[in-house]
Ligand binder design. Sequence first.
Ligand SMILES: [Zn+2]
Length: 358
Amino acid sequence: MSNYTDHTDHPDREPEDVNEETVQAPQPDEPEEESMQPENSAPARPPRRSAAKAVTIILLALIAIAALAITLFGKRDGPLPTWQELYELAGFTEAPETHADQLAVHFIDVGQGDGILIQTPTGETVVIDAGERGNEKKMISYIKQYGDDTLEYVVATHPHSDHIGSLDNVIAAFTVRNVVMPRLTQINTPTHSFYKDLLTAVKKSGAKMISAKPCYTIPLGRGQCTVLSPSVQSEKLNDMSVVLRLDWGETSFLFMGDAGVAVEKQLLNGKYAGYLDADVLKVGHHGSGTSSSAMFLKAVDPRFGVISCGAGNDYGHPHKGTMDKLTKLGTTVLRTDTMGSIRIYSDGRQMYTETDNG
Ligand SMILES: [Zn+2]
């Protein structure tokens, strides 16, 4: 079952659920019937008082909307507000019939782990992580269902099995152009077989291997992904996570991998300090209490917080403290353990969410 939720850019950050099938947006192009009466037709009876009253109320409402629009849009440079903007002011939204011309970010339900697919309308495809070993079949069929056979970029955030366990098989199933991963040293290179399998798969694929460094950008047509971290070596592999920011028009996403509070602190004090606010936060480390400090969440101030974790997982993810902090900020939390795979679409201005389980 699919749940479709349409979110406007309302400043109070409490998006309303809008049922696509039941909302009837006003039709601006349909002139009022009365104005279409030909002048030479038989004189119509004077409208009844109640009808006149209704027309007055509608006119007053339209004037109020127009006045509000002029107030809000009058100061900015550029064209007059569109009908879509006027609809939004009046509390209506029109759900698009298709997401074909929008950015799509999929948070695939891979149980306890991360598996993310990014698709642009012009066909660029990026995969970030692929979940534990055993998820390859699901990841491959999901990507093929929504994407295509070529992955321009695969990002392996850090070599823990809940992120890269299935990535070797995913890489083998597609044409992969580039693989981005953190450069490790003797102090933090794992000896697990799944890491070796990943490196072997990358080598076999012929993809270009890119070590993730701050400022590195992945071009995505009308938008781009920027690597924000890691900037320093750490013995903790979680803190070696590739942290990515995706900008698409006026909308933005922040993908934290499993980065913890030490990385958050570096980001808050580093050159990206003013570049952390984002509409969507892939919450660090599955909502664990070792990530998501209050100060960091405040800086990001996300409208949506996505938590990718498994139902009844052994780690108690997400942590209650993290949930409380997000609730306090007014962030809408989307969880793969309860909602299944989550899709967030962006037209550069508005965002639309869709989940498998509602
Ligand atoms: Zn993890």
